[in-house]
Design a protein around this ligand. Structure first.
Ligand SMILES: *Cc1c(COP(=O)(O)O)cnc(C)c1O
Length: 400
């Protein structure tokens, strides 16, 4: 007989199956790149967040090897004890300098993941007397951070600055924190950051910007959403992740020196965890050099060409292609089972595009989340667009 503890879990797993929501992991056997070997098969991949193609770049992996030679495998302890290496310190200085045009008295703090950085910002700044204003489509890590902060949380609708302004005006809290993704990870659109920052300044609120999909990609120099929108304010708290365009792992918070010093003293997700291996920080110094130098500019221009090409080549009649100018190009299929069938059909044709279902996206908006990278070439984009067009036209023959 099944133990009741197990029966409870099994019932919930059966529920997941009945909604067509069981997730399965694929085993990759090669570096993250345009061409990959997955479950023993060669495939053309449109699913990683390695937007600049740095994850498999020989200079970055070479720096990682050099970092291991210099610092060994692990950090040995937390940053507060003995785990804070020269590599971590240099990376933080480099990141603070890089973002200096957009922040006052800038300083940066390196975290082992973006999830942890987001928990850190909201739990350290928040508290029972704070009020957090959170955009409806924010990443799960921001939602969890807001919950863990014990602050009162108000959710404002996607892109709706007027509602946000009304909520801020009505708030009695002396500590107001507005938090938003810059590029929405499942939609690819941008938050109206200039208008959001204006209301934050008007009502004396912090603005926490999670630029996971913008850092390295947006802006002429790759400084991300702040550069894209030419923003500068002491009230800005910037979170960039380093496992996406930077091609390695980890994240950082960049903000006014006082904010960062407060994080070092108070942010539990920073203090009570082992520092990431210094070799990662050492490799990230090379990523940062590439992002900020001519190589990064070339890669960003190539990626932008591929995005425009893909948009021109898609000719959908029934599925909805979301209007996105970023590397995230979602195609809304709607139904959970249909989206997984579409992903399976693409895979049978040698293309890896993930199907994304609720609860990651709202019910009824299951989608193919196509991500483009500077590692792709024009012929590969044409192959993808043709395959998506053919699949949709087959399922829905005739005019729209
Ligand atoms: C990926 C992501 C994170 C988490 O970053 P990790 O370094 O992967 O933990 C946070 N926010 C957004 C919007 C993301 O897309």
């Amino acid at each position: 007989m099944t133990h009741p503890l197990f029966a409870r879990l099994e019932a919930q797993l059966a529920q997941i199956d009945s909604h067509g929501l069981r997730r399965r992991r694929r085993i990759t056997e090669t570096p993250a790149n345009a061409r990959m070997s997955v479950d023993g098969r060669n495939i053309l991949a449109f699913c990683s967040n390695d937007y600049l193609g740095l994850a498999s770049h020989h200079r970055v992996s070479g720096a990682l090897r050099e970092g291991v030679a210099l610092y060994g495998a692990g950090s040995g302890s937390s940053h507060m004890i003995s785990g804070h290496s020269r590599a971590h310190a240099l990376l933080e200085e480099g990141l603070a300098d890089f973002l200096a045009p957009h922040l006052a008295s800038p300083r940066a703090l390196y975290f082992s993941t973006g999830y942890m950085a987001n928990l850190a910002v909201l739990t350290a700044l928040g508290g029972p007397d704070a009020e957090v204003f959170s955009e409806a489509l924010n990443h799960a890590s921001l939602i969890d951070g807001a919950r863990l902060s014990r602050a009162k949380v108000q959710v404002y609708p996607h892109g709706d600055v007027e509602t946000l302004a009304r909520q801020l005006a009505a708030s009695q809290a002396s500590n107001k924190i507005v938090v938003t993704d810059s590029v929405f990870s499942m939609d690819g659109d941008l938050a109206p950051l200039p208008a959001i920052l204006a209301v934050c300044e008007q009502y004396g609120a912090w603005l926490v910007v999670d630029d996971a999909h913008g850092f390295g990609v947006l802006g002429a120099h790759g400084r991300g959403a702040l550069e894209h929108f030419s923003l500068r304010s002491p009230q800005l708290i910037y979170v960039g992740t380093l496992g996406k365009a930077a091609g390695v792992s980890g994240a950082f918070i960049a903000a006014h020196d006082t904010v960062i010093e407060f994080m070092v003293q108070r942010a539990r997700p920073y203090i009570y965890t082992t520092a990431a291996p210094p070799a990662l920080a050492h490799a990230l110094l090379t990523s940062l050099e590439m992002i900020s130098g001519p190589e990064g500019a070339i890669r960003r221009a190539h990626l932008q060409d591929l995005i425009q090409q893909f948009k021109r080549q898609l000719t959908l009649r029934h599925w909805r292609h979301l209007p996105s100018e970023t590397a995230i190009q979602p195609v809304i299929v709607g139904d959970n089972v249909q989206v997984m069938q579409a992903a399976a059909d693409l895979q049978a044709g040698g293309l890896w595009v993930p199907g994304i279902r609720p609860p990651t996206v709202p019910a009824g908006t299951a989608r193919l989340r196509i991500t483009l990278s500077a590692a792709h070439n024009g012929a590969q984009i044409t192959q993808l667009a043709n395959a998506v067009n053919a699949l949709e036209h087959n399922l829905h023959p005739g005019p729209a």
